[in-house]
Design a protein around this ligand. Structure first.
Ligand code: FRU
Length: 612
């Protein structure tokens, strides 16, 4: 009796290892130690909402189902305040016991301190999630993830009238983590439908970028017309894996014979395609730190033979080489065709951080040989002279021999800091790649907005046949509906002016400034005062593109969508894709010259019909 009560007294004074906190209905929280807590799901709901604080570091969340580890995810669980919550889908576990065995970072000194984390009282069960947009900077007509972080587009294919887009996605927060293939699709490259995740992290690691191809002849043995995806499994090593789909890319089965390619150093972002000339599957793989692209061939997508490497010492060699693409296109105005090799690099882009360099050359099925300039050197060429187009790759099996591409509209320098929370990053508009010959005899790649985008044009708000422009300039009103989203077309004729400036501004004095200097054949884009710019020292910038127009009339096409401006000069020969975050939309366009007289022709300002 005495002994018993002694034990009871001792128990009461000992700090209890498991303490149940005051969590929401149906969620039981048990603290096991200074960095280990169990969150037990007791209610029956579709989702468990996980509270996130972005400034905090990742907790390791082990999802234990009926006592077995199902998966591990990494979530920035809230410490002092909840920025937002992300849904964890419980539907696959219906009828099973689910416990999250959470290991937080080590810096709580006592269980009492650990218990104070804001997250514990904010796990919530719900049957519906609120995906209505809360972000003023979410684009109206560009593809974005419903929520969470997105980087590279990848694995894109076209089949049965549908454009499938996959992307590097973090479903559990708006910073990079838990790389998963998110999935969206579109019938018109304008309206996108978000689908459930297509390929999730698995036993070989998270799922980095890759590509898909349709196996019409069943050469891999996964079935006729299977969609076969190859991606980088990123765990302790970067290895290449296959997955296949029999439901047009909605769900994928992981190939049990993975990996299909292993190398000793970092290699990623496999891009495979069928080469009708050699009748072989052909693959280009970024040997990231070695600054080269490796080319492989295969008859069955499973056994790959290394044929060659390209790039050592050529082009921009800074940073890592990533996200390659290789394809053939006709050169406009000639009877020639050439191969294009995309090499996304980060850092080392033309204006800092991420950028897309490309090489033009010949490909004999095994080896890519780059064109040289008059001095015998391989010139460095850039596809986009803005700061915010990266990881661009093309759709496989696009109709009518189109080479349709889409990029990630951000830059690794500040992608995680841009002023949005519910989601982070949009894609560029889809674009068509074509080849042209420059005055220097070199062949270059142009990007033009995909023709489907014409359907976005709403009201023609301004239509000016011709106007003379001087130093005082002329001002045109920009549409205000839908936060000023619009498309602008105009032709700029320099006349006697050395430069012509087009300023997009709001009443707060925030502005994005385009200046065309005919003599230099250059168009610049100054976003130093474009709105919110102070989230990163790398954001304020002036970018500049060659116009390839011999100083003649410069046709321009500009798309504005809440937090981006895409400028296509001279039919896509000079392109700048830049993010801008005006605190209120730009509502006027002022065109001035540095002194001399100039002309603008066919100025058309369209509102955007976002219901399309
Ligand atoms: C490019 C990249 C790829 C990689 C992916 C990971 O932005 O670094 O090389 O596959 O992002 O998310």
């Amino acid at each position: 009796m005495k002994l018993k009560s002694k034990i009871a007294a001792a128990l009461m004074t000992l700090p209890l290892a498991a303490v149940t906190a005051n969590a929401a209905d149906g969620v039981k929280v048990e603290h096991l130690g200074t960095n280990n807590t169990l969150v037990r799901v007791e209610g029956n709901s579709r989702y468990l909402m996980l509270p996130v604080q972005e400034a905090y570091d990742d907790a390791t969340v082990n999802v234990v189902v009926d006592g077995k580890l199902d998966k591990t995810i990494y979530v920035r669980l809230a410490k002092s305040k909840v920025d937002y919550s992300v849904p964890f889908d419980l539907s696959p576990y219906e009828g099973h016991d689910v416990v999250l065995n959470i290991v937080t970072s080590q810096n709580r000194s006592t269980v009492r301190e650990a218990k104070e984390d804001a997250c514990w009282n904010n796990f919530q069960l719900t049957d519906t999630i609120d995906v209505t947009n809360h972000e003023k900077y979410r684009p109206a007509y560009h593809h974005t993830p419903l929520y969470g972080w997105m980087n590279d587009p990848n694995g894109m294919f076209y089949k049965d009238g549908v454009w499938h887009l996959y992307y590097q996605w973090n479903p559990y927060g708006s910073k990079w983590q838990n790389m998963t293939w998110g999935h969206s699709s579109s019938k018109d490259l304008v309206n996108w439908t978000n689908h459930p995740a297509a390929i999730e992290p698995n036993g070989f690691g998270s799922v980095f970028s890759g590509s898909s191809a349709i196996d019409y002849e069943n050469s891999a043995g996964f079935g006729k017309d299977a969609v076969v995806a190859m991606y980088t499994s990123a765990g302790a090593s970067q290895i290449q894996s296959l997955a296949y789909s029999h439901d047009n890319g909605e769900t994928f089965t992981i190939y049990p014979g993975n990996p299909v390619i292993t190398l000793e150093s970092e290699a990623r972002d496999p891009n495979m395609f069928w080469n009708p000339e050699t009748k072989l599957w052909t693959l280009i793989l970024a040997h990231a730190l070695d600054h080269e692209m490796l080319i492989f061939t295969s008859s069955d997508m499973k056994e790959w033979t290394l044929q060659s490497s390209f790039g050592k010492g050529l082009g921009a060699q800074d940073g890592v080489w990533e996200c390659p693409d290789l394809f053939e296109l006709p050169v406009e105005g000639t009877d020639q065709s050439k191969w294009v090799l995309f090499c996304n690099i980060n850092p080392g882009g033309p204006f800092g951080g991420s950028g897309i360099q490309y090489f033009i050359g010949d490909f004999d099925g095994k080896t890519f040989t780059a064109d040289t300039d008059a001095d015998g050197n391989v010139p460095t060429k850039w596809l986009d002279y803005g700061k915010d187009n990266y990881a661009i790759v093309s759709w496989s099996d696009a109709p009518d021999n189109r080479r349709t591409v889409i990029g990630w509209m951000s830059n690794w320098q500040y992608a995680a800091e841009v002023p949005t929370k519910q989601f982070r990053s949009a894609n560029t508009l889809p674009r068509e790649i074509s080849l042209f010959k420059g005055a220097d005899g070199q062949i270059y790649a142009a990007q033009t907005p995909s023709p489907e985008l014409n359907a976005l044009r709403g009201k023609l708000m301004t239509n000016v046949k011709s106007a003379s422009i001087n130093k005082k300039g002329k001002t045109y009103v920009l549409p205000t509906e839908n936060d000023g989203v619009c498309e602008i077309l105009l032709n700029v004729e320099s006349g006697r002016a050395a430069s012509i400036t087009m300023t997009f501004s709001n009443e707060k004095g925030e502005k994005s400034v385009l200046t065309y200097a005919a003599k230099d054949e250059t168009l610049t884009f100054d976003r130093r005062k474009s709105g919110i710019v102070d989230f990163s020292q790398d954001f304020p910038a002036v970018t500049a593109t060659p116009t390839f127009n011999g100083g003649e009339t410069l046709p321009m096409q500009i798309f504005i969508d809440r937090s981006s401006m895409e400028v296509f000069a001279n039919d896509g020969k000079g392109v700048m894709t830049n993010l801008v975050f005006p605190t209120t939309p730009y509502n006027k366009l002022t065109i001035t010259t540095d002194g001399g007289k100039a002309k603008i022709k066919d100025l058309k300002i369209y509102s955007i019909d976002i219901e399309k």
